[in-house]
Design a protein around this ligand. Structure first.
Ligand code: KIV
Ligand code: ZN
Length: 537
């Protein structure tokens, strides 16, 4: 495939510059079991701004009051990137999206409607004519609010190309400034997708004058390859998510496409404006808040992405790094565990260290962070930047928890059944005790929490890992469970892995309860949207 880049780039735009549209907080958040609260979403958005993404799709405001509030907060607080809200073609969606993002200095409305006959017939139960009318009205309305409007013909890669082209032409004529071509179900292949976009350029009047964007899902493991093919065909915006999270198998992974562009610039001449040294930290933050653990062999940000096991590889790298490494770990931020504090470090030193890491922690939050730092510094020789990140993320997660772990007491032995007692603070502020035995100490703790809360959780996934290397490393536990008819995850950090596990379990319970409470208008996700929404937030 040869690069074919210059023809279609809007006048004045930098032909080699690919814009990164991050959809971690919208498509990514649609992954099962992810339920981020507003504070967590704002933290992630701030980190995305530090990373330098061009656009943050902050959410789908019509879907729930929680989503609306988070998009509004991000629009108000996060500076730098364009802040985008998703909307179907319904007036109520577009009104809600605009109300949520209008506080941003650079707002964007992203509206979509399906163009495939499969969706039109079975999901929308409508007609092609109606879809054209919806696209026209939606883009016109969005443009009446906002100068920056993106339009997506959903399921485009399974739609008749000529019809998709007709709908895109309508959107461009009504003033859409970006046309995004979604491979909604991860069906296309690189060659086919490249041809599709090239043909759209031929068929859609005015397409060369607006931004063309790619949005690929990973059902066949081709999301990055397909997105790359789209860029070679002339698109200059790529929609992606940190750690590749998203509906089903996920979206194009942000870190992979960004490093592909950076590393093989010799081949295609393209690059992004990102500070790639922030990639690993962004990945860790998203993993912590979502409970989606990053596999060790994950490209670019996995723990083993730069590890060499075979003797011959180790030997080569020791002699000359480039023998077996095509990227430098420092360029993706994987070797930045630099800040070191000890038990004599004071509040100022902690605040300075957190500021260097990009966290502004003041007042009560700083007192709380300091208390946790001291407790950890008493048991650990050195507190590093990775530890501080873990502590602050853990604190952010404490915001708005419905249940909270007060204490946990465990008796573990290989000779008797382990038993655990816990105290949990309940949503009404009361404190309840629970006690249980189990197959092991963790099982006993989870049973005791279930007995205290009166809620039986069905455990789906449980992992424990160390935040850093060394015997005194902090332990980080992740729990995914089903409770209150919701799948939810939670994480906990502590020097003691049993305490970390208890925290993670209680948080997962809290998130499940929170999710159940806001389920109301939430039946709507982008891919499931069928009916016009009846009420906005
Ligand atoms: O996958 C998809 O089609 C989407 C659209 C809303 C862009 O996420
Ligand atoms: Zn999608």
């Amino acid at each position: 495939m040869s690069p074919d880049i210059s023809d279609h780039v809007p006048a004045g735009a930098d032909a080699d510059r690919v814009r990164i549209f991050d959809t971690t907080l919208r498509d990514g958040e649609q992954s099962p079991g992810i339920s981020l609260n507003t504070q967590e979403k704002v933290e992630i958005a701030q980190q995305l701004a530090r990373l330098g993404v061009d656009v943050i799709e902050a959410g789908f405001p019509i879907t729930s009051p929680g989503d609306f509030e988070a998009v509004e907060a991000i629009a108000r607080e996060v500076e730098g990137p364009v802040i985008c809200g998703l909307a179907r073609t319904h007036k109520a969606d577009i009104d809600a999206a605009w109300s949520a993002i209008k506080g941003s200095e650079r707002p964007r409305i992203h509206t979509f409607v399906s163009t495939s006959d499969i969706h039109i017939t079975h999901q929308l139960q409508s007609t092609r004519e109606d879809v054209k009318g919806q696209a026209r009205a939606a883009v016109a309305l969005a443009r009446s609010y906002c100068e920056d409007v993106e339009f997506s013909p959903m399921d485009a890669t399974r739609a008749e190309l000529e019809f998709t082209a007709e709908v895109c032409a309508i959107a461009v004529a009504e003033g859409a400034t970006t046309i995004n071509i979604p491979d909604t179900v991860g069906y296309t292949t690189p060659e086919e997708y490249g041809r599709y976009l090239a043909r759209l350029y031929e068929l859609v009047d005015g397409l060369a004058g607006v931004e063309l964007s790619v949005h690929c899902h990973d059902d066949l493991g081709l999301a990055v390859a397909n997105s790359y093919a789209g860029l070679l065909a002339g698109a200059r915006q790529v929609e992606c998510a940190v750690n590749g999270i998203g509906e089903r198998a996920g979206n194009c992974s942000l870190e992979e496409i960004v490093m592909l562009l950076r590393t093989r610039r010799d081949e295609h001449g393209l690059d992004t404006g990102l500070d790639t040294r922030e990639l690993a930290r962004t990945s860790r933050m998203v993993s912590r808040f979502t409970g989606y653990v990053v596999q060790p062999n994950k490209a670019v940000v996995g723990r083993n992405a730069f590890a060499h096991e075979a003797g011959i590889h180790q030997d080569g790298v020791l002699k000359e790094r480039s023998t077996y490494e095509i990227m430098d770990a420092r360029d993706v931020g994987l070797e930045s565990n630099s800040i070191v504090l000890g038990k004599h470090s004071g509040r100022h030193a902690l605040r300075d260290a957190l500021e260097q890491l990009g966290f502004k922690v003041e007042g009560n939050a700083l007192n709380e962070a300091f208390k946790r730092f001291k407790a950890i510094a008493d048991r650990k020789k050195q507190v590093t930047s990775l530890d501080l990140e873990a502590i602050v993320s853990d604190q952010v997660r404490d915001g708005a928890q419905r249940y909270e772990l007060v204490w946990v007491d465990v008796q573990a032995s290989t000779r008797r059944e382990p038993r655990a007692t816990v105290a949990v603070s309940m949503p009404d502020g009361s404190e309840r005790l629970g006690e249980a035995g189990g197959d092991g100490p963790v099982d006993a703790i989870f049973g005791a929490i279930a007995s205290a809360t009166g809620v039986e959780g069905e455990l789906r996934q449980y992992t424990v890992s160390a935040v850093t290397e060394g015997e005194d490393a902090l332990g980080e536990a992740t729990v995914m469970l089903r409770a209150h008819e919701r799948l939810a995850s939670g994480q906990g950090v502590a020097t003691d892995i049993l305490e970390a596990s208890a925290r993670a379990y209680v948080r997962a319970m809290s998130n499940a309860l929170e999710g159940a409470a806001v389920r109301m208008a939430e039946g709507v996700t982008a891919e499931a949207a069928t009916e016009p929404a009846t009420s906005g937030p």
